[in-house]
Design a protein around this ligand. Sequence first.
Ligand SMILES: Cc1cc2nc3c(=O)[nH]c(=O)nc-3n(C[C@H](O)[C@H](O)[C@H](O)COP(=O)(O)OP(=O)(O)OC[C@H]3O[C@@H](n4cnc5c(N)ncnc54)[C@H](O)[C@@H]3O)c2cc1C
Length: 412
Amino acid sequence: MDFELSEKIETVLGMIDGFMREEVLPLERYFLAEPFSELMPRIEEKRRAVKQMGLWAPNHPEEHGGLGLGLVDHGLVSEALGVSPLGHFIFGCHAPDAGNIEILHQHGSDEQKRRWLGPLVAGELRSCFSMTEPEMPGSNPVMMETTAVVDGDDYVIDGQKWYTTAADGAALAVVMAVTDPEAPPHRRASMILVPTDTPGFDLVRNLNVMGHAGEGVFSHAEILYHSCRVPRSNLLGAEGAGFVIAQERLGPGRIHHCMRWLGICKRALDLMCVRWLGICKRALDLMCARAAERTIAPGVKLADREIVQAWIGECAARIAAARALTLQTAWRIERHGWKEARQEISAIKFLVADVMLEVVDRALQVHGGLGMTDDTILAWFYRHERAARIYDGPDEVHKLSLARQLLKRYRR
Ligand SMILES: Cc1cc2nc3c(=O)[nH]c(=O)nc-3n(C[C@H](O)[C@H](O)[C@H](O)COP(=O)(O)OP(=O)(O)OC[C@H]3O[C@@H](n4cnc5c(N)ncnc54)[C@H](O)[C@@H]3O)c2cc1C
């Protein structure tokens, strides 16, 4: 494995670091104090500047206006952007659009691509991914209840979803719904594109998450689909292909495009972990700066206390280990495909989330009362990133999956 940086990526990372420091981090005080919509004009200004610098959409293919970076390179970019909650949005590679764009790119019909892909990559429109339901376990989505019933040339969708991130203001929802209740569990559901102005798409509320309902891309909605009618041509990929993630456990024999799709999902997961490493980097930076500057007794700085030094040492070591495993995973996926990297993928999902939450917690502790306020970004990270241990597969699911794969050999 060779993680030597190419000249191209070194230049890109240098430009991104400078832009984040000078243009993005100063926006955070407004982000923490104002409704997001009021900040949007300034965000749009930064997005235009990113486009002019030729750094827009680093992960998307060049033919769609992106930089076309590979997985390891985009991982490094994602880490650099992750130091601020605003980084990925300002550079056009934010969730959930990034994942939806990948799916559309791989599985969209020509018409679907023509209508949605260009505007999504350009950041003119936003999308959301609507799978989890309040009454059913998101950790076992084959139990999903939302249905899409064929009626003439249409699907009619009925069901209740929640935690549809960024639905507020989105133009498009990618909806998971049961299209064939009689099919085996993993073939029951499909993905359907639903423009959010379709009658029967009702955004009930933005959920109040850790005391904040948020708005726009920083929100999570409850949505009712009632008699929501869209043309059958809005089906994404094959009918019944929606549960490819669950199919992973069922072994070989899946159709080729589903394999690719699963790879895309895993890639999104991997990129998320590197964003968390960016948060670690920022939290460690803030922790060190505060410890070095804060006087806690005459002539004594916080950084002089051995317990604080031990925290900083532990955090730095854990970040370095998490980073190495994440880059190794990205490298393995890039070289050998997601299947060969399954164990590492499960490992980084819970390991990096754990390291990130610990580092944020320690940094907040070092800041004392200041850490609890929104005068630094730490409290925001603390509130919003706790969910890292839940979404896209709770910790337990990934730990069990990793253990099962390891135990296979011994059971034989
Ligand atoms: C901030 C945030 C953003 C999200 N964004 C989206 C989105 O954009 N679109 C979307 O569709 N969904 C989204 N989700 C939903 C997310 O995917 C689900 O919350 C997640 O899959 C868990 O499902 P659940 O909440 O129904 O918990 P449940 O399935 O009820 O599980 C509850 C808990 O049970 C435990 N558990 C589960 N399975 C096992 C097991 N096998 N063994 C032992 N313990 C287990 C875990 O601790 C888990 O946290 C988001 C969630 C959050 C918090």
